[in-house]
Design a protein around this ligand. Structure first.
Ligand code: ZN
Length: 150
């Protein structure tokens, strides 16, 4: 990766870490799940508003490190308005990106989520980067309460 690209990615992560988007609670969410990463202390409440098979609205609140906050923020931007199936496909792609594996061709493009492509170089940060996504999957699977990365 070029250093210019690395700087750009760093900038996006810092921006979303400082000023997270969709950082609020929903009034009447279809489902809410808490995500917790005890290794770092990241803790988020994720609210989803489902409309048929579509994620009509999504928001999160809580506290975490810059990586986990930016990841949750960028995730909400990436999946708002998408179908549940598309959200699952995106998670699969995102997870491959984080683990530095080849991404499947199908499904929506990663777009801004590519900024996390360098995270595999920092193994302790992988759980920070994937916490919001694991929480999302738990919510889509109908789980309640708290999910933990451990
Ligand atoms: Zn963290």
């Amino acid at each position: 990766m070029s250093s210019d690209l690395r700087d750009l990615y760093q900038e996006v992560i810092l921006d979303h870490g400082k000023r997270p988007r969709n950082f609020r609670r929903l009034d009447q969410p279809s489902c809410s799940v808490d995500g917790y990463n005890p290794l770092c202390g990241d803790h988020f409440m994720l609210d989803l508003q489902l409309d048929g098979g579509r994620i009509a609205d999504i928001a999160f609140e809580g506290a975490g490190c810059a990586i986990s906050t930016a990841s949750a923020s960028l995730m909400t931007e990436a999946i708002k308005g998408r179908t549940v199936e598309e959200a699952r496909q995106l998670f699969k792609k995102f997870h491959r990106l984080i683990l530095c594996e080849a991404a499947p061709e199908d499904g929506p493009p990663l777009g801004k989520l590519e900024v996390f492509s360098g995270v595999h170089e920092y193994p302790t940060r992988v759980k920070c980067a994937t916490l919001a996504w694991h929480t999302l999957c738990a919510a889509l699977d109908g789980q309640h309460g708290t999910v933990s990365t451990e």
